[in-house]
Design a protein around this ligand. Sequence first.
Ligand code: KE4
Length: 426
Amino acid sequence: MIEIQTTFQRAERYIPGGVNSPVRAFQGVGGVPIFFKSAHGAYMVDEHDREYIDYVGSWGPMIAGHAHPHIVEAVSACLKKGLSFGAPSLLEIQLAEKICKLMPVIEKIRMVNSGTEAAMTAIRLARGYTKRNKIIKFAGCYHGHADALLIQAGSGALTLGVPSSAGVPESVVQDTLVAEFNRLDTVRTLFEKHKNDIAAVIVEPVAGNMNCILPLPEFLPGLRALCDQYDSLLMMDEVMTGFRVALGGAVSRFGVKPDLMILGKIIGGGMPVGALGGRADIMSCLAPLGPVYQAGTLSGNPVAMTAGLATLELIESPGFHKQLEQKTGSLMDGLKERATAAGISLQTVAIGGMFGFFFTDQENIETYADVKKCNIDRFKKFFHGMLHEGIYLAPSAYEAGFMSSAHSEIEIINTWNAAEKVFAML
Ligand code: KE4
């Protein structure tokens, strides 16, 4: 008998769980992941040539839509000049200059290959600079999969229902302290207990890895004040929010100045790029200038720099973020309107080009505990109903959604129409 092997079974034969990143495996929603073969503008196309309106955008990088001609042309031209030099290039300076201009809080910046690598390096740098070991992170926030940060992490770690990972030694866990996002008192308690042992606080200024949660007005300023009081560093992880919630990122939107920033996603335009940056006196502790080592074969890769530069050139255009936020807000308002009409309690959040929605009648979703109380089963049904209608949402109730400049009124109206049908079946 000829065994008809599905694509996913074939993937599972060689790749753990059939995926190269856990959240893609649909374990958070059930079912079998879709294998895509191409993407353009607001759309992705699967192996059966079916088109989906895409609100994942490769988890954030595709803010200008997929395969934008300006980016494709720039990268195509760069490829012909060589894929990697392993030596300095002008492109690295150009991207560094552009990021520092758009985010003046960044006085010096180091390129790496992922958000994980950037966050991991930032932790080492904070420890090397302060000569302290403890780090405060927030339950449900995700900063990549470095050991020190895989404690009550969000995103895929939360999606799998395993907020802490196996393989992380006790010695690491003891130096990672966990507080509650939007609950300053939980941070103050940790500082009062550990005083001058805390190297840094690391926070997503908008929590995008336990769905999408905005900071309460006093939260970020309160973190800044506590870090100043105890001479600890404040590190903002803007891998997701950077250049998405505003051209200058959350740091420009909320006006709280961190000591270090962590970037990724959009600055690579879809190619593997992460970066850490911030105060020159801290960044100068990085090798080869200082004693904190960090390195990478493909860091500052010319092709990746080109894709990032071309993307930032597009989002610098006047009114880009105003229009993006209008689209995101309109999408969420229309979704909530249709849910209410169907008698379904839905809360929505929209900021810049990112959004979240929660199946709950609790109006203000402020903490990780609030998210965990939402109706996940209803989310799963909604996800699959929308997928059936050709709308590709993040396959997890613990992820944010992403808008692009390529989404037009047509895609938003089609998404509303799909939601109306699905809400009626929930
Ligand atoms: P990467 O190592 O995946 O490039 O970046 C890690 C990271 C760091 N900080 C924040 C705020 C992040 O959101 C991320 C990665 N985001 C997830 C989506 N929530 C990536 C998707 C995945 O893991 O496949």
